[in-house]
Design a protein around this ligand. Structure first.
Ligand code: ADP
Ligand code: MG
Length: 705
């Protein structure tokens, strides 16, 4: 049953964390580095040299032979280039192991092969990776041996962000500055820093590797492009929080251990709604570390699955008709001395600072709902949002009964005088302890839900980086804080001014609050009446990046330049068109080489059966075989026709101008024809002899892991 580990000793054992630094670095170096980490003080090369040397010594003790600047370009996955620590051989033919401050701080991968959305011509290939000392380095062990991974930001020669981390760090600076202004107004003189805290719950599917290998669609695109629903789906709700089977438990145990070694505080695991679907959530951390940890976690989920003869699917919608996977991004603002600005306390109506923070967030989300929606735009997520399993593609805020009531008091009477209290939970069983319920129930259908002392943004796709939504949240809230502080700092009577401001924001942005069922079709109508944007697909969402409003927002806070935003929009369009192109070509490949031949074989079997049965006696009934033969032949023809149509579309893709136009073409034409091809094929799957069907069915994939 495997051996047990000592969690306390294991946790962070492969991380160059604070305690390692404290133990190994000279006192002065440690203090200076801490100043850089905590206060953003510039790092000198002398300090960097000492840190690099100690980091190398430590990494070698951990078995590392290489170091790697680890970064997150806009390809959607992490990138790394490995260098051995060795120096050129000396006269005696031996080598030394070395690692300098310069090598720690700066790397220079060839940037030309990473998407830049026109920011840089390919001949200007220079790009730099820069050490993010606020996210600790770690030694990763895998088939390549030990590698010292150094979290880095990735920028072009001229300083434009080419990655996810750079804007995230910029946005964290912006929210820090504005949040400090806000708490100073309320008399806080001691906190030195405000950091967005983020905890990302990660959903995933596990399927058998042998079966995965027989599905070209899963291999090439991460999702099934064909597949009829099995007789049983998730309607029995018997998987959610169900007993975790031994094969999966063994997997989760190893995932946790690998996470813990790398300092990822994997905490909560359970079965999810769909068969074969699971979830893992870590304890929250500062936003940039949480984003790095989420990437580490996704990699571990995949790597460990492979060791257990399984594949981990992180696609947002691997199976049509079965719940897809997302990520819930829990977000709050924490001071360095441990105060959570989103903590309402027992009597939120008296907590003026909280009410200001809350109404600023409402304002931010209302004004920039389109940007938040865009931050969750991902090709796979289009299949999920609005599909009665994830929030709709309309951003709204769930506050719950207690806060909504406070807000209404504010709007109606100008002051809030009471807060609805949590009631005692009485089960009617004497031996069960009674306890106080939360003042508010949950709402699982809301994209942006207040959950006690944090907001949970529930739109993010399972594969996507969480950086984008946090960049947006940090920046839009920074803007709202700034506007509030500008007014309050200038006010003669602070108490009066803050009271008016809270009321003003609550009234002006009340339309973004929705506590009802986000899955109900009536909500789309109601939202339209309220003037809230409804952006069903990624292609509809991308333009939000480059509106005048967006450019002004991001430039004001130094998070993105206009050129960076335009490049990001370009990259998004490109990613969309490429993904659809690959999916369409994969469908054609599977239909041509696997499905049509299988159906032809099946029709031959039917035809032979008809002939043989008939020759055995003319009065024997062959109507069943005849019906099947007729039906399969019709569907076969439909398949072939649909495939011809799809092929034509795919051939046209290259001639449609790149960028938005091509993405729209893929969304409107190619995607439609993909669905048209899928239809007859899925019908055929229900008819054709299972032995002859060329790939595992949905039932095989999700019920037999
Ligand atoms: P819930 O049951 O409300 O979903 P959990 O306690 O399960 O909350 O936490 C879900 C995720 O939210 C976890 O990753 C957790 O660490 C994170 N989280 C909890 N409190 C905060 C907070 N104040 N700020 C950010 N994330 C938080
Ligand atoms: Mg949650």
């Amino acid at each position: 049953m495997g051996e047990y580990i000592n969690v306390v000793e294991t946790f962070g054992c492969d991380v160059f964390n604070d305690s390692v630094m404290q133990a190994r670095l000279p006192k002065k170096v440690y203090r200076d580095l801490k100043k850089t980490i905590e206060e953003g003080k510039e790092l000198t090369m002398e300090i960097a040299d000492v840190v690099a040397h100690e980091m190398k010594e430590w990494a070698i003790e951990k078995g590392a032979t290489h170091y790697s600047h680890w970064f997150q370009p806009l390809t959607g996955v992490t990138a790394e280039k490995h260098d051995a620590f060795i120096t050129a051989p000396m006269d005696n033919g031996k080598v030394l192991m070395s690692f300098s401050g310069k090598e720690l701080i700066k790397g220079e991968p060839d940037a030309s092969s990473f998407p830049s959305g026109g920011l840089r011509a390919t001949f200007e290939a220079r790009g730099y990776t820069t050490w993010d000392c606020t996210s600790p380095a770690f030694v990763r062990h895998d088939a390549a041996g030990g590698t010292l991974c150094i979290p880095t930001a990735f920028c072009s020669y001229t300083g434009e962000a080419l990655d996810q981390k750079t804007p995230l760090l910029r946005s964290m600076q912006a929210i820090n500055t504005q949040a400090l202004r806000l708490i100073r107004l309320f008399g806080n003189t001691t906190s030195k820093k405000v950091t967005p805290s983020v905890g990302a719950e990660q959903e995933y599917f596990l399927i058998d590797k042998e079966k995965w290998m027989q599905r070209k669609d899963l291999i090439y695109t991460g999702r099934t492009l064909f597949g009829a629903m099995p007789p049983k789906g998730q309607e029995m709700d018997d998987h959610y929080l169900g007993t975790i089977r031994q094969r999966i438990s063994a997997y989760m145990k190893e995932v946790n251990e690998e996470c813990w070694k790398l300092g990822v505080a994997a905490k909560t695991q359970h079965n999810e709604v769909a068969p074969a679907q699971h979830e893992l959530a870590p304890i929250y951390a500062p936003a940039n570390i949480a984003a790095d940890h989420n990437q580490i976690m996704m990699r571990i989920l995949k790597k460990v699955a492979s060791r257990h003869g399984m594949r981990c699917l992180l696609h947002e919608k691997p199976f049509v008709g079965v719940n897809g996977s997302g990520k819930h991004n829990n977000w709050s603002l924490t001071t360095d001395d441990g105060i959570n600005l989103l903590e309402p306390g027992k009597t939120p109506h008296e907590n003026i600072q909280f009410l200001l923070v809350l109404t600023c967030i409402l304002k931010a989300v209302d004004i920039h709902a389109d940007l938040l929606r865009e931050s969750a735009a991902d090709v796979g997520n289009d299949h999920r949002l609005g599909g009665n399993e994830a929030p709709p593609a309309i951003v709204s805020v769930f506050l719950g009964e207690q806060l909504e009531d406070v807000l209404e008091q504010l709007i109606n009477t100008g002051t809030a005088t009471h807060s609805i209290k949590g009631q005692k939970l009485e089960t009617g069983v004497k031996t069960l302890p009674d306890f106080m319920k939360d003042a508010t129930d949950r709402n699982r259908t809301s994209p942006f839900a207040f959950t006690g002392n944090k907001f949970e943004f529930r739109m993010v796709g399972a594969r996507d980086s969480i950086s984008q939504c946090n960049v947006v949240m940090n920046t839009i809230v920074a803007e709202a804080f700034k506007e509030a502080c500008d007014r309050l700092e200038a006010a003669d009577d602070f108490d009066l001014a803050v009271h008016d401001l809270i009321k003003e924001y609550a009234s002006a942005h009340q339309r973004i609050v929705f506590n009802g069922n986000g899955y109900a079709p009536e909500w789309a109508e109601e939202a339209a009446k309220r003037g809230l944007p409804n952006l069903p697909s990624m292609v509809d969402a991308i333009p939000a990046l480059t509106t005048e409003k967006s450019v002004k927002l991001f430039e004001t806070f130094g998070v993105f330049t206009k050129a960076e935003l335009e490049s990001r929009a370009e990259i998004q369009y490109e990613i969309y068109a490429k993904a659809i192109n690959i999916e369409a070509k994969t469908m054609i490949d599977i239909a041509t080489k696997q499905i049509i031949p299988a159906v032809i074989k099946y029709t031959i079997v039917l035809a032979e059966s008809i002939n043989q049965v008939r020759s055995a006696g003319t009065d024997i009934d062959v109507s069943v075989q005849m019906d099947l033969l007729k039906r399969s032949s019709v569907l076969l023809r439909e398949t072939n026709e649909a495939m011809g149509a799809l092929k034509e579309q795919v051939e046209k893709i290259a001639s449609v101008p790149e960028g938005r136009e091509r993405a729209v073409f893929c969304r409107e034409q190619v995607f439609r024809d993909m669905n048209a091809l899928r239809k007859p094929v899925d019908e055929l799957e229900m008819i054709v002899d299972k032995e002859m069907w060329p790939m595992p069915s949905y039932g095989d994939l999700i019920f037999e892991v």
